[in-house]
Ligand binder design. Structure first.
Ligand SMILES: [Zn+2]
Length: 274
């Protein structure tokens, strides 16, 4: 092993410990009122009835660099009334730049946006961060260019990058974002072909695993249930297994981004986890 690869290996084992400082904020990116939660089940797993899902985004600080993980529902849904007749009714309470301002961060300071997958409730406010490099699963980036695009994709949300106005970095397999093991995008296809989760290693809190939409709420794991609109049932179940095993092996806190009880595992904004 040469010196460079030894250094890299040691950094990955250490998981950034003793290196860069990482910090994690949970941001409000809206909510989705679901008329019948079995809209997320292909095997009738749940008692029929409504449920409200959160739409959460996350800000990660790595020393002086910032990564925004997911960009939530579009600002066009700000204060949108809930439609009880709709199968899913999304609404946004506050936009990302206003929340970032509360902790003294401007959109221009966000160097990277990481998108868990191409669905419209994860790409909605990306255009507010035009200078950021876009990190997205390569398969979902390719999906943005398909006619018609995959279910739930809104390619227009990423037009700035699709038309060459911004830098895109399509991710194949896993990606160690800052090169020291502290923030790692984990390939977990199935919900979409390019779905990703995010591992963030924090010094005091320990490792945190942000789910993307590998899973939408806690009881989905036990039920072995898959949303019928997922790209692949088999890949979805395999990816849930991978995420659960990683959480167990690293003793990481799995935070399911659409589950209101789960996101409460992290401090309420503007507090952060370190
Ligand atoms: Zn999704």
């Amino acid at each position: 092993m040469n010196r460079l690869s030894l250094t890299l290996a040691l950094a990955l084992v250490a998981g950034g410990a003793g290196g860069a400082e990482t910090e994690l904020w949970r941001l409000d990116c809206g909510q989705i009122a679901v008329r019948d939660i079995n809209a997320f089940s292909d095997n009738f797993a749940y008692s029929p009835g409504p449920r409200t899902l959160t739409d959460s985004c996350y800000l990660v600080r790595h020393d002086k660099d910032y990564l925004l993980w997911d960009t939530g529902l579009p600002a066009a849904l700000l204060k949108a009334p809930t439609d009880p007749a709709a199968a899913m009714s999304p609404s946004l309470g506050q936009v990302l730049p206003a929340q970032l301002a509360e902790i003294g961060i401007t959109p221009g300071q966000i160097g990277r946006i990481g998108i868990s997958h191409g669905h419209f409730d994860h790409t909605g406010q990306a255009a507010d961060f035009p200078q950021a490099t876009l990190l997205i699963g390569a398969a979902d980036w390719e999906g943005m260019g398909q006619t018609p695009p995959p279910f739930g994709f809104d390619p227009a949300a990423l037009d700035h990058w699709r038309t060459g106005g911004g830098k895109v970095d399509p991710v194949r397999g896993d990606r160690d974002v800052f090169g020291d093991g502290s923030v790692v995008m984990l390939s977990a296809p199935g919900h979409t072909a390019g779905e990703m989760a995010l591992l963030v290693r924090l010094e005091k809190t320990g490792p945190v695993l942000l789910s993307g939409d590998v899973v939408h709420f806690r009881d989905q794991i036990k039920a072995g249930s898959v949303p019928p609109f997922n790209e692949s049932r088999a890949d979805s179940l395999a990816s849930v297994s991978r995420i659960e095993e990683i959480a167990r092996n690293l003793k990481a806190r799995l935070v399911i981004q659409h589950d209101p009880a789960d996101i409460a595992l992290l401090p309420a904004f503007p507090e952060s986890a370190r």
